[in-house]
Design a protein around this ligand. Structure first.
Ligand code: FAD
Length: 308
């Protein structure tokens, strides 16, 4: 029990730190610090593309995230959009096996909905010319409905867009049905949400997670199963075998720098595997959420601080 309380406290602390605006802003000037280097693929497009091509050579595709969130100035949102357009061009020029992940708050959702919609449409249109898929990451519950509205609007014209379903939310079951024609990433959920909207109990979240994955594998277009949990992965392997689900209907996804051996092993076994590759100077919030999920990731910090 005490261990459980301690993990809960640590999770809350890191989530709290991830949302600290002053630290988010200051960290942009620090360069990759605190061990972030092992889970963030550099700060430039050049460094990121090198990591992507290295992973492609191992049979692994990538989804690239130009890190950034909680943007409140139009200039900053336009800068982020411009950078994402550069990433699309770089993927095309290098013929990399990769697509894009982005966060709506990075391209202006907290500034103005229509401004964000214009930015997102421009990105999706540029990507559609090169047949590149855009995944809209799901942030906290406060942004969820607007994120779905953005996607539904853009989807009317382009089909290279999809999003994320978070299993900790009560409404996930309804949402997955609404989005069954879309390519979806299914995750447990990384933010701290109230008991009014989300399961708090790990067992309930895990159960719902498997249920949603199975639903989309059976009824959906394409499923990205994004987890580091080997129990979930083994369950999915068995489920797709028993239900004759074709290998090109799903993929496993993990974050850059985590469980590298398992990433490679799954690719070797012939499963589609996609690594989520974050890069850029706005790494702080992302890194703090990784520590919140798994306090053992603090080892990454210790290793890098002491092996400097
Ligand atoms: P956990 O439940 O944290 O771990 C379960 C078990 O797996 C652990 O007990 C341990 O046995 C094992 N394990 C886990 N990690 C390791 C490790 N590094 N080494 C050894 N064993 C390990 N969340 C969002 O809210 N929105 C998003 O858009 C989003 N996108 C994501 C994209 C990707 C590719 C991934 C992988 C995650 C994403 N998440 C997102 C985060 C997600 O919601 C979870 O918070 C996160 O994945 C932790 O849950 P888990 O299922 O991976 O494993």
């Amino acid at each position: 029990l005490l261990g459980g309380i301690q993990v809960g406290v640590t999770r809350d602390l890191f989530i709290h730190l991830s949302q600290n605006k002053l630290l988010n802003t200051s960290a942009k000037r620090w360069g990759l610090k605190l061990g972030a280097r092992s889970v963030v693929a550099g700060t430039t497009v050049k460094e990121m593309i090198k990591s992507v091509l290295d992973l492609n050579a191992l049979g692994i595709s990538c989804t690239v995230d130009n890190l950034g969130e909680f943007v409140y100035e139009k200039e900053e949102a336009i800068e982020a959009k411009t950078q994402i357009l550069k990433v699309i061009e770089a993927i095309y020029e290098h013929d990399a096996k990769a697509h894009i992940s982005l966060k709506p708050t990075q391209i202006g959702l907290d500034i103005d909905y229509d401004f964000c919609l214009t930015n997102l449409t421009e990105i999706v249109e540029a990507a559609s010319k090169h047949n590149i898929f855009i995944n809209v990451d799901m942030e906290d519950h406060a942004h969820l409905q607007q994120t779905f509205d953005l996607i539904n609007t853009v989807k009317q014209k382009y089909n290279n867009i999809g999003t994320v379903i978070q299993a900790y939310l009560f409404r996930a079951e309804d949402d997955i049905k609404d989005f069954k024609e879309s390519r979806l990433r299914i995750v447990k959920g990384a933010y701290k949400e109230s008991e009014k909207v989300a399961f708090q109990n790990k067992k309930e979240i895990d159960q719902n997670y498997l249920h949603l994955i199975e639903y989309h594998l059976l009824h959906g277009r394409f499923t990205s199963i994004a987890t580091h949990n080997h129990h979930v992965i083994n369950h999915v392997k068995q489920f797709v075998k028993e239900n004759n689900i074709a290998m090109d209907k799903f993929e496993f996804q993990m974050l850059y720098g985590f469980r590298k051996d398992m990433q490679l092993q799954l690719a070797k076994e012939g499963y589609n595997f996609c690594t989520y590759v974050p890069f850029g100077s706005d790494w702080y919030g992302y890194f703090m959420r990784r520590l919140a999920e798994r306090p053992q990731n603090l080892n990454l910090v210790a290793n890098q601080v002491f092996n400097k």
